[in-house]
Design a protein around this ligand. Structure first.
Ligand SMILES: Cc1cc2nc3c(=O)[nH]c(=O)nc-3n(C[C@H](O)[C@H](O)[C@H](O)COP(=O)(O)OP(=O)(O)OC[C@H]3O[C@@H](n4cnc5c(N)ncnc54)[C@H](O)[C@@H]3O)c2cc1C
Length: 420
């Protein structure tokens, strides 16, 4: 077989690339369905994604394309309602901007440290930056425990700018102003969500393609970068001009061989997601879209409420639990975490004894968050330049090994398709 653009992966990046490609393409997807991490499961009246997958569009083009093809009644728009569950109370997110909502003593600790902190011109790592910008109390009460639960690593391993624009910075002035008037804007202040799940947008991208050019349940198993030939799991060989990779870069490097030193350096974490459907509403979380839980005694770091987003009554939620890249998340571990999750949900009052778990599912996102480090990023940038000389382009959140949103991935995919 021969194609101009061979695309590995039919997630949002691969599908967007094909939508904008002016040349011939072939998408190879290992799963039996398209969407990658942007897939939806509809069961027993519940609509579940891979944890929350919400769209915070900054560009009009993608938004317009989706909205034109979907009836208005199938979309919900929300100004986000996000809280931190801190010592049994809710305070608004982000923590650093809402310390005035804490008990008086804790508020004074945070405020005092915010004014006493020692700012540096240059920080060594993410944790160092947090202490320098926010002071000890804000870091130790929220930023450190929460991010340690999420990234499942020592925060000194992360780069100063590990979260890029996704980190809610706030200086002293903004924090003080916020005490009287909501003055902190975030990148995701509002979002839109299709009532039938994030996958509805994927369907629009997929339906626009020639489906005979999308091979499902087929993996790329070998790549000869010199001869420009990829071998597929069905034994077929595909000759390509350009290879567009969207599978995680660590696995892609294993496919093309070499790069052992870089592979050893690449670090990331996994996330175990539980989607849980109950028979009654939550007695506690009636309007929150998602909440953050810094308490290390609680196994999950974030919980989201699909029913509050969609305006449904019965509690339908997701739970996120962080793991290190080498941790094993097998069925025994999943069972243990489900038990701990239900106990912790009860302890915090999110569910009570009268509520029945009607349906649930577990998903492991591996990788979930790549750990950005300047040294590794520099090597990856050089590698991408090198690969492009052989007609290989590696894009998407995991293909490019970055921290970004679905829209960011779409923008890069479109840009590449137009360039090629
Ligand atoms: C917990 C969590 C929550 C998130 N929430 C949001 C959110 O609310 N909003 C947002 O904008 N973004 C969110 N994201 C980010 C979002 O998931 C990604 O940006 C996006 O899904 C990446 O899409 P992709 O196409 O680049 O990669 P993927 O979705 O990973 O697609 C890659 C595809 O490649 C396929 N593949 C892998 N190996 C092979 C092979 N050998 N051969 C063939 N195919 C292969 C896979 O099966 C997959 O379909 C979240 C991420 C996480 C971890």
């Amino acid at each position: 077989m021969k194609t101009t653009n061979l695309v590995i992966g039919a997630g949002i990046s691969g599908l967007t690339f094909a939508n904008y490609s002016k040349e011939d393409y072939l998408i190879v997807e290992k799963e039996d369905t398209v969407g990658g991490y942007c897939r939806t499961f509809k069961r027993n009246g519940y609509v579940w994604d891979f944890a929350g997958h919400f769209f915070h569009f900054n560009t009009e083009e993608f938004k317009k394309n989706f909205l034109e093809k979907m009836p208005k009644k199938d979309i919900v728009y929300n100004d986000k309602v996000t809280k931190i569950l801190y010592k049994g109370n809710f305070i608004d997110f982000p923590f650093q901007a809402n310390i005035h909502q804490l008990e008086k003593e804790e508020f004074i600790d945070c405020l005092y440290d915010l004014f006493q902190k020692e700012e540096k011109k240059k920080y060594d790592n993410f944790l160092d930056m947090l202490y320098g910008k926010f002071g000890e109390s804000i870091v130790e009460k929220f930023l450190k425990p929460y991010n340690e639960k999420l990234y499942a690593t020592d925060l000194r391993n992360l780069d100063v700018d590990a979260m890029g624009r996704f980190f809610p910075y706030a200086d002293k002035e903004a924090i003080i102003k916020n005490m009287k008037k909501n003055a902190i804007n975030s990148y995701n202040g509002s979002f839109l969500y299709p009532k039938n799940g994030a996958e509805s947008f994927i369907k629009i991208l997929y339906d626009n393609l020639d489906k005979s050019k999308v091979l499902l349940q087929t993996s790329v198993t070998k790549i000869d970068t010199k001869k420009k030939i990829a071998t597929l799991s069905n034994g077929e060989k595909v000759e390509y001009k350009h290879l567009i990779n969207t599978m995680p870069l660590n696995h892609f490097l294993e496919l093309i061989g070499g790069h052992k030193a870089l592979l050893k350096e690449m670090s990331y974490n996994k996330v175990l997601v539980f989607n849980l459907g109950f028979d009654k509403p939550s007695p506690l979380c009636k309007k929150e879209h998602w909440i953050y839980i810094p308490d290390k005694k609680c196994n999950y770091y974030r919980a989201g409420f699909y029913n509050n987003i969609l305006g449904d009554k019965k509690l339908s939620m997701y739970i996120e639990i962080g793991y290190g890249m080498n941790d094993v998340v097998d069925q025994k571990e999943i069972n243990k975490q489900l038990k701990a999750t239900l106990e912790n949900l009860k302890k915090s009052g999110i569910i009570n004894d009268d509520m029945k778990l009607v349906d649930h599912m577990a998903l492991v996102m591996d990788p979930a968050y790549v750990h950005i480090s300047t040294k590794t990023t520099k090597k990856i940038d050089e590698l991408k330049k090198d690969l492009s000389k052989s007609g290989i382009y590696t894009i998407g959140r995991y293909g490019a090994w970055i921290y970004n949103s679905m829209e960011d991935s779409m923008l890069k995919a479109k840009e590449l398709a137009e360039k090629l």
